[in-house]
Ligand binder design. Structure first.
Ligand SMILES: Nc1nc2c(c(=O)[nH]1)N[C@H]1C(S)=C(S)[C@@H](COP(=O)(O)OP(=O)(O)OC[C@H]3O[C@@H](n4cnc5c(=O)[nH]c(N)nc54)[C@H](O)[C@@H]3O)O[C@H]1N2
Ligand SMILES: Nc1nc2c(c(=O)[nH]1)N[C@H]1C(S)=C(S)[C@@H](COP(=O)(O)OP(=O)(O)OC[C@H]3O[C@@H](n4cnc5c(=O)[nH]c(N)nc54)[C@H](O)[C@@H]3O)O[C@H]1N2
Ligand SMILES: [Mo]
Length: 777
């Protein structure tokens, strides 16, 4: 049984810079362990290059001038992980029953290699057996056609799917008759899309890469770029070097945000001149950002009243916005005491942040999951927009809103119409182009899809990538939901837990990844993706696929569609012979894609444009809208209070340095000092003492929610960590069983993965690790 290499469990605070030798060591280890080392080094050099492939890591964009080497530590790990030679084939599945596989860890499952043949679950032997592609498509068609209503099918998408695959997938789902498109963005930046749509009329970021070179201040809220968007550290560092302010809001002192060494500049590493990144670092309570931002607005208002016309951009406000007066009334009505208590920051700190904002002519505000995964995330992001509007910081160079996206094409998938609440304009365009009626009702988002499958209302689940079982909240309930389906289909590159939670019937359909050469009838194909800056560019796979049995995502979607819909106005199989044909349809249907195929030739791709960045406001009133929203009365939802127990702590679930979402590359979290383990919970030493516990002890985490279910994860090692009192952290996905399905963001329906009320209980298991000196708070 191939076992991933594992370091001994250890915890020792990290003192180095981010990047640097540690990053280089880690990449080298990944290469040597990949069994494909030389090839992968050549492959890496093609990452994000013109004529190469788009990094399957994060959605950060490229500098238009272009550096020579364009990958980072975690991009290198992602490429290596995909480009393995290990295979999960028929022989593998003959060795292990599904129950035996289910007993393995998530880490072990993905480590086994690439899925190389289509497989069908055989309930009698509890094993996956090989199946031909045509037979697999026919099986799916049979199940879909047997449904009473098209809305009994769920079409999930993860954000690695290319534009071409996503466009075909949504077209097929709608031709079949449903808008049930749950997707990973429901768990990710949904709140950003909703809030920005309401405030400025477009649900995307307004900045491009070049804006980072002109900003006087860059705010980074609820984001850990050192791990999750390492290529962002360079523009941040350059900003500081030219005298701009980088201001962070994060309850944890994230190493990557404090100091950074460029691993691609060896001389700098030798000289050990690690560059500071932040000029100011504030540590709010979990969910406290809205209060902190409101406090900043209150200071700005006070200063504007003291010297009218010097703080607010009155000309911009008059020409472009509405709702200022109502907003200022709300700002005045928000008590300082509530701001201080809810933000967890001292007024002096908020004042300092407000000063940085006031003194910057041009500010960018960036954010990620620390902002979007709360109950009041939409209101918080609207408060970010309020602050930007007060100083005219949208639609001028060096300024704007920057929700930093996660998956490399999550933004593009939405642009392509993966949307359970599709705008009428999209549906109209599809009907005009294709001549069939599309469903107009709302479909299911991720949380609604789980509930529907759990009730038995939805009976077929198809996953275009991702790991639905582990990425979603309330794992126990979600796992039941999947197993209650008639059919579950996973279109995947690697084995994961979603393949082991089979419906009555189940299929694994192995697909090509970003690094693989994709050959169709008309020759090798490129796919396209859109980054966080709305730049669309082509990606060409570079490696010979491990098996001729693997198919591309567009080819798989077309195969399912052709088998299900039969004679149809869309000739699915013809389209995938040459992806240029799919792009022509995209160009004919979606705004911004005119001459799509022709424009792909441009190095760096092309800019889709953003109406707000041009100060055109696609809101009902045609103006940018201030929102006048009170702070939440209480950060704890009523169902926690109704549980009858007082929480010990609020828990956020986050990523380690060695993971990509549910994919674990290793068990280390270098910048937080953790090695060889993941079942750990970071708690402030004062809290550990207050709760009568000891660092190193094993504890169970139990979440509080008044619905009669117990949600518990067992055997976590308690680590004393520098986190603000009351605010704990632990890794996702191990803690997903704790997130109640009903605990979602208002208007965004995003699981509140960054604020879970928990109690700690001593575990029955003995401690597993030797603790070395733990950091003081
Ligand atoms: N290597 C790697 N890269 C990735 C990913 C990966 O797993 N691995 N995932 C990709 C995806 S899909 C996404 S969405 C992004 C995620 O990128 P991030 O959003 O950076 O991911 P998280 O690990 O969830 O980190 C959340 C950060 O927000 C802070 N935080 C938590 N709650 C709060 C809060 O209430 N207020 C404030 N101010 N801060 C808070 C946490 O301390 C942490 O630093 O990364 C993408 N890139
Ligand atoms: N508690 C908690 N839960 C969270 C989060 C959190 O912070 N805390 N974050 C949320 C966020 S931001 C997100 S985006 C979701 C992520 O949710 P998902 O996107 O569903 O999950 P991933 O872990 O990225 O999916 C990994 C799997 O994708 C498949 N895969 C990889 N590359 C490809 C490819 O090119 N094509 C295909 N077809 N398959 C591929 C592999 O089989 C791999 O096992 O999780 C969410 N869940
Ligand atoms: Mo994400």
């Amino acid at each position: 049984m191939p076992l991933p290499p594992r370091s001994e469990a250890r915890y020792r605070p990290y003192t180095g810079a981010a990047g640097g030798w540690g990053a280089l060591r880690s990449v080298t280890r990944a290469w040597l362990g990949s069994d494909n080392a030389l090839k992968n080094i050549r492959t890496l050099l093609k990452t994000n290059q013109h004529g190469g492939f788009d990094c399957p890591g994060c959605a950060w964009g490229e500098s238009p001038e272009g550096q020579r080497v364009k990958f980072c530590e975690n991009g290198a790990k992602a490429v290596n992980w995909e480009a393995t030679r290990r295979r999960v084939d028929a022989a593998f599945f003959a060795r292990y029953s599904v129950s035996q596989l289910a007993a393995q860890s998530d880490y072990w499952l993905e480590y086994q290699g690439r899925l190389t043949e289509p497989m069908r679950y055989d309930r009698a032997s509890d094993r996956y057996l090989p199946i031909g592609w045509d037979e697999a498509f026919a099986l799916i068609a049979r199940h879909l056609k047997a449904l009473e209503r098209p809305d009994q099918a769920e079409f999930y998408t993860s954000g690695r799917a290319s534009n071409e695959a996503a466009f075909l997938y949504q077209l097929f789902g709608r031709a079949f008759g449903t808008n049930n498109f749950p997707d990973c963005s429901n768990m990710c930046h949904e709140a950003s899309g909703v809030a920005l749509g309401q405030s400025i009329g477009v649900g995307k970021g307004t900045v491009t890469f070049g804006d980072f070179e002109h900003a006087d201040a860059i705010f980074v809220l609820g984001q850990n770029p050192g791990t999750n968007h390492p290529r962002m550290l360079e523009p941040l560092r350059e900003a500081v070097a030219r005298g701009a302010q980088v201001v962070c809001f994060n309850p944890l002192r994230e190493r990557g945000l404090e100091r950074f060494q460029h691993p691609q500049k060896p001389l700098e590493m030798l000289g050990n001149r690690n560059a500071p990144i932040t000029s100011a670092y504030f540590r709010p309570r979990l969910g406290g950002d809205m209060a902190a931002l409101r406090g900043m607005a209150k200071f700005l208002l006070q200063w504007e009243r003291e010297a009218p016309g010097t703080v607010f951009d009155q000309a911009f406000i008059a020409e472009h916005t509405e709702g200022l007066q109502a907003y200022l009334v709300e700002v005045d009505a928000t008590p300082w005491a509530q701001i201080e208590a809810q933000s967890g920051l001292a007024l002096g700190e908020i004042e300092q942040a407000a000063r940085h904002y006031r003194h910057a002519e041009r500010s960018i505000i960036c954010w990620a999951m620390g902002i979007t995964q709360h109950r009041h995330s939409v209101a918080t992001i609207r408060e970010i927009a309020n602050l930007l509007l007060l100083r005219g910081n949208i639609g001028k160079p060096g300024a704007g809103a920057c929700p930093v996206r996660g998956h490399s094409n999550v933004q593009g998938d939405r642009t392509m119409g993966i949307n359970e609440r599709p705008p009428a304009a999209l549906l109209d365009a599809l009907e005009r182009q294709f001549g069939f009626a599309v469903p107009r009702g709302q479909g299911h988002n991720t949380v609604e899809a789980i509930a529907a499958m759990h009730r038995g209302d939805a009976r077929v689940f198809i996953g275009l990538g991702g790991n639905f079982a582990q990425a979603t909240p309330d794992s126990q309930l979600t796992h039941q939901a999947l197993t209650r389906c008639e059919l579950t289909v996973q279109i995947s590159t690697k084995l994961n837990r979603s393949h082991l939670l089979c419906g009555r019937e189940a299929l694994i359909l192995p697909c090509l990844g970003r690094t693989d050469i994709d050959r169709q009838a008309c020759g090798p194909q490129a796919v396209t993706v859109e980054d966080s800056f709305s730049m669309v560019h082509a990606s060409f796979g570079q490696l010979e696929p491990l098996s001729p049995q693997m198919r591309s995502e567009p080819a798989i979607v077309a195969g399912i569609a052709a088998a299900t819909l039969g004679a149809h106005p869309v000739d699915w199989l013809h389209l995938v012979e040459d992806y240029g044909r799919i792009r022509s349809l995209i160009a004919a249907t979606l705004p911004g894609f005119a001459d799509f195929n022709e424009r792909l030739g441009q190095p760096g791709g092309f800019y889709l444009g953003n109406s707000a960045a041009e100060r055109r406001w696609a809101t009902p009133s045609g103006r940018a809208c201030f929102s006048a929203c009170a702070l939440p009365q209480d950060l704890l939802p009523a169902q926690v209070r109704a549980s009858g127990r007082a929480p010990d702590l609020t828990l956020q679930t986050l990523r380690s340095h060695d993971q990509y979402n549910t994919t674990l590359y290793g068990l280390d979290d270098r910048y937080r000092g953790v090695r060889g383990m993941r079942r750990v919970v970071f708690v402030n030493p004062q809290d550990i003492a207050r709760l009568g516990l000891a660092a190193g002890q094993q504890v169970d985490l139990v979440s509080l929610w008044d619905d009669g279910r117990e949600r518990r994860v067992e055997g976590f090692t308690l680590l004393a960590y520098d986190t603000p009192p009351g605010q704990a952290a632990a890794y996702y996905p191990e803690t997903n069983p704790l997130v109640p399905l009903q605990s979602v963001g208002e208007d965004s329906h995003t699981p509140t993965s960054k604020a879970i009320a928990i109690v700690l209980e001593p575990s029955r298991q003995p401690a597993q690790i030797q603790l070395q000196r733990s950091p003081a708070a």
